[in-house]
Design a protein around this ligand. Sequence first.
Ligand code: DP6
Length: 373
Amino acid sequence: KIYYASRTAPVNIATLKYWGKRDKDLNLPTNSSISVTLSQKDLRTLTTASCSEVFEKDELWLNGQSHSLDTPRTQQCLSDLRKYREELEARDESLPKLSKMHLHIVSENNFPTAAGLASSAAGFAALISAIAKLYELPQTASDLSKIARKGSGSACRSLFGGYVAWEMGELENGEDSKAVEVAPLSHWPDMKACILVVSDDKKDVPSTSGMQLTVKTSPLFQHRIEKVVPQRFEEMKKSIVEKNFPLFAELTMKDSNSFHATCLDSYPPIFYLNDTSKRIIKLINLLNDSVGEIIAAYTYDAGPNAVIYYEQKNESRVLGLLHAVFKSVDGWQKIDVKSLTPPSIELDPTWGSGVSRVILTEVGAGPQDSDEV
Ligand code: DP6
């Protein structure tokens, strides 16, 4: 007999960045962070977890290719989930002993890995979510987020939809370092995101080693976690609760700047933004200046891709500018470009290079059941 369950999980993009660990093994952060969960119509991981007495070892297939489950982080996640299942089996003798069986995991993204989007957050969230469903665990999304966190820090935020905070916690065992909902999708559903995929040949410094270097070498980083983030965390949560876009956007851009400043302050320095990324920052500032109000926010993770947040009501103006500059790239089919507002800014014809595609998406829901297997 084979037991199986499928779940999907979303990508999230931080608006207040996690950068720095105080405990590498438990993946405990040096600061709290905030993110927006993106719609699974455009970006999601679908994972089917199965177990059976006939399986001889734990195995994982990612987008059709066999991968090792033998990393310490994944092993930690599997062992936590098995422990919860054992507790159920100990209480109820009639339950099948799934905790003793090997797992086969099949995982697929609905977006090309080549798009250069970090998929580890959706990946770990879907893995944990699918196994929790297979094991019929009673644990809450916040409980499961602590397991996802051990897989990849940012993954803990993908256990919720809408607007999410990862509270850093204080305990040494990490039991209070978990994701919580700031506001559900329904509270502020008209938040849109435009991802500009920036072409890039060079291999970035992976986030895990990048943040270790920053913690070790950047004096600016100490200032960020002590003096900047704690207050910003409270202000950003408030801006979400009050749906104050200009404030939310300003804090988001400032936090992206602050995070990349600590990267530059690391020794040797880490560069994630390239010339195209910087040009997009300037464009968004020009747009906000020309309108006289902040209607769009940029943010960048550990790579050159831009994520632009804006509200539905300003779509025509925000995409009007971005389309005018990047009209030759793939991804605009989704909208009626003729209805966009032409930009009032004078554009340089050379600005359009460096972006390979756009992904138009929006705030979305948390992990979902899936019938696909
Ligand atoms: C810049 O979650 O990928 O995207 O915990 O080592 O797996 P690990 O790091 P990861 O770091 C994400 C860093 C970031 C900011 C963020 O998502 O908050």
